[in-house]
Design a protein around this ligand. Structure first.
Ligand SMILES: [Zn+2]
Length: 419
């Protein structure tokens, strides 16, 4: 599969870090970002590259040449007139006869590209977007999907957004079919997001690929320095899903949000003080942060799946406002006992996912390639601790009275002990 790396951006906001070189040539641990990207692609077997260049592009050409020194084959497309970030694709479309990877070269990443491409083929769409939660969803564009991961809405920064939303942002890595380039565009400049991709929202032909792998742009000096730190600490590389992951699994009610009994009303959902700080700390560590929760209110017929999703959107929005995010969320909608008014019979079963059973954690471990013996389950109740033990995790309890590996008085207290 061919790879197109878009390296033509100007990157003005980061000019205080480096102003006389193109953004993809900014160094992390002595090597240009673009070199790290190329190395990652090569390791996954992607060696046929086209780099689109403009601003100071000769510096890129001088450094990488035909790619042979780096074990890859590189062609360039040099934009003389500014074409927007996607105009160059139309100029090279004769070379793009099959599905290709399109990557914004301003970001540092380490991802399992073969896993992404496999997913794209399984879905069979025209476009697969690599999406992830980030630490600033409030000023990022958002991708809203349907249940089967089809993109329903593409909200740019300036679009009005719902009060509560899932923290899901386009990371600038895509698998694209050449079919997409058959569209008629009459402007000299072409904007990838607004003119090519956004119009596919709601068509059923564009899919999200949610991943916790490391992809960060370096749009501001602050973000650049934080990326350098993560690279040095090995976090960028460790998050590649080819590698075994470590996770911190969190109970929801009483651990992240204030315990109110069965939470039926979204207005009752409030974060516990310190929960965002705790989760933010996990986000900056090598651990994934995954919520594991029993929600028998579904089986009891008190909350619909849509209402529960909205409650979870509220959780993600509140966390996002504080710069924190979760990498995954699994809930059990079941309850075993029948015979209540208004209950939903289809969820009244003896399942394998209701805590203390380990089903949800085992599913997460499968989805994210997690080493459970290196992972933690944190909660405020007996079922959380037992669930963690049943899954083979270490366990931490908010409060005491139940035997666990660690005790503390809040989520933040426990996270400070673990990390
Ligand atoms: Zn269940």
């Amino acid at each position: 599969m061919k790879v197109v790396l878009m390296a033509g951006g100007k990157g003005t906001r980061i000019s205080s870090v480096a102003s006389d070189i193109p953004k993809p040539m900014i160094k992390i641990e002595e090597k240009p970002v673009l070199e790290h990207e190329i190395k990652c692609l090569k390791e996954h077997g992607f060696t046929d590259l086209i780099i689109t260049i403009s601003h100071l592009g000769n510096i890129i050409v001088d450094y990488f040449g035909d790619g042979s020194k780096f074990g890859v084959n590189i062609e360039y497309y040099n934009e003389v007139e500014p074409l927007g970030n996607a105009g160059a694709l139309f100029k090279i479309k004769d070379k793009l006869t099959d599905d290709f990877l399109l990557i914004n070269a301003d970001a540092i990443f380490d991802i399992d590209f073969n896993r992404l491409v496999k997913y794209h083929k399984e879905k069979g769409g025209l476009v697969t977007l690599f999406t992830h939660p980030n630490s600033h969803p409030y000023d990022s564009g958002l991708i809203i999907s349907e249940k089967d991961n089809k993109v329903l809405k593409w909200l740019t920064k300036e679009d009005e957004r719902p009060a509560f939303y899932q923290n899901r942002v386009n990371a600038g890595i895509h698998v694209i079919s050449p079919e997409v380039l058959k569209v008629e565009i009459n402007t000299p400049k072409v904007d990838l997001d607004r003119q090519l991709l956004k119009p596919l929202a709601g068509s059923g032909k564009m899919f999200v690929y949610d991943s916790p792998e490391y992809v960060k742009d370096m749009g501001t000096p602050e973000r650049y320095y934080s990326v350098c730190e993560d690279f040095k600490n090995g976090i960028v590389q460790k998050r590649n899903l080819r590698n075994k992951q470590k996770a911190i699994f969190l109970d929801r009610d009483g651990t992240i949000n204030k315990y109110v009994g069965f939470l039926r009303d979204i207005n009752q959902f409030e974060l516990i003080d310190g929960a965002s700080d705790a989760i933010k700390k996990v986000n900056h560590s090598e651990y994934l942060c995954i919520v594991i929760t029993n929600q028998p209110v579904i089986a009891r017929g008190e909350v619909t799946i849509d209402e529960l999703n909205e409650i979870h959107n509220k959780m993600q929005t509140l966390l996002g406002n504080d710069g924190a995010y979760i990498d995954g969320l699994y809930y059990c909608p079941h309850h075993p006992d029948r015979g209540f008014v208004g209950e939903r019979i289809e969820y009244k079963i003896e399942c394998s996912c209701r805590k203390p059973k380990p089903g949800l954690i085992l599913q997460a471990a499968k989805d994210f390639n997690i080493d459970l013996s290196q992972s933690w389950m944190i909660g405020d109740g007996k079922n959380d601790v037992l669930c963690g033990k049943n899954a083979g995790c270490k366990t931490a309890l908010i409060g005491n009275g139940i035997e666990s590996d660690l005790n503390g008085n809040s989520l933040l207290d426990l996270i400070n002990q673990i990390i």
